[in-house]
Design a protein around this ligand. Sequence first.
Ligand code: 5AD
Ligand code: SF4
Length: 452
Amino acid sequence: MDTPSLIVPEKSVFLETFGCQMNESDSERLLGFLRDLGYTRVETPGDADLIILNTCSVRDKAEQKVYSALGRFKHLKEENPGLIIALCGCVAQQEGERLLQRVPYLDLVIGTSNIHRVGQLLEEAGLRNKRVAAISLSGIIDTDEYGSASRTNGLKAFVSIMRGCDNYCSYCIVPYTRGHEVSRDAADIIGEIRRLCLNGVREVMLLGQNVNSYRDKSAGINFVDLLRGVAEIDGIERIRFVTSHPRDLSPALIRLFGEEPKLCRHLHLPVQSGSDPVLQRMRRGYRVDEYLAKVTRLQDLYPDIALTTDIIVGFPGETEEDFERTLTLIRRVGFDNIFSFKYSPRPGTAAADYEPAVPMAEQKKRLAALQALQSKITIKRGRDLVGRVESVLVEGVSKLSGEELTGRTASNRVVNFAAPPEVQGRVIDVLITEAHEHSLRGTYKEWKAYAT
Ligand code: 5AD
Ligand code: SF4
């Protein structure tokens, strides 16, 4: 009797990711689904049967990058009509069908809630020659949506725990591109992290647009409960999460940094502006003094905590005085790092019509002043670490000097240091000896024990 052939022809995919960690995590999921369909990843678009761009539309510049990237693939489609070109992520969700009209050589538009349907969509494009835009936004997360994330054999992994946002900050497109807030079942998340751990993962970064408002209603589990559950998994040594909304930073979460040693003392807490009238027009839902009260509590309890933030400069109506208040806040908090952006009006958001716009030259000036100030603070905070012993997850060999190893502190700073290769993959103590703006250097504490 003939046995049916199980040989599936090899197919290849070129995937490029723009934007935030949520997109990186979605790309990992996409690769997982594609691997199950027989695809391998290639680094050159010309070698691929399928090209996917995972896109970002949080600012106009990011969106324009996507259109120019797409333009690079036009000739490939002309040379190889069997090539499938797909766009997913936030630009796909935002533009939908319009993209198919605007870009005639584009085959698939895959919205942010439709990633797990990639197999079915590829079949429609490939076998039935259809051009499809799948952009329905789902109010639930199915267990199988996150089933098969493709992981490298890394030590660190992103784990999405929720998606969407209900805050509708006036400048932000995310609630439109990612939909309403939906949390995954806690049992699914814990199961996924257990599997990752068996594959060697030691550090997880829990992801959500508004991660600290996570809630598994049916199981009665909130974000702090979930963090405790993750910490119970043997083998997981470090837990981080991003992004938190200052308003949802609860006293219980603040306490957890003191109770749970696996929780890295590193918190990204976007403030956006240091001026109350601006925060109000941004619809952020807190005042500067409320933000500062939470930050002060964290810093009093945990002097070693590393705080980072996001700032938008040049929001409509931002005066010189408003901006000065932002600089004052930055000096007052002493962030480890900030991510700062010029305001970019986004279609359909409330602030798109706000006036008066801050002139571009002024926005640039403010951004430069902010970044110059922060750069000094970042260097100073690095120098404060010199002479201290930091716990470091050893990730591999340093790119700068092949003789050194590299890893990150709990505060997420890069450290390069000399140590024997067998410490790779472990969390070890490193004495910090030098601080640069983007990295630290150190010596492995037990180095002597190995040398003898
Ligand atoms: N313009 C500029 N920056 C923005 N961000 C979000 N929307 C905009 C916009 N329209 C920034 C915010 C947010 C980060 C991810 O991107 O600071 O926290
Ligand atoms: Fe955007 Fe505000 Fe939601 Fe963050 S909290 S994703 S800035 S709407």
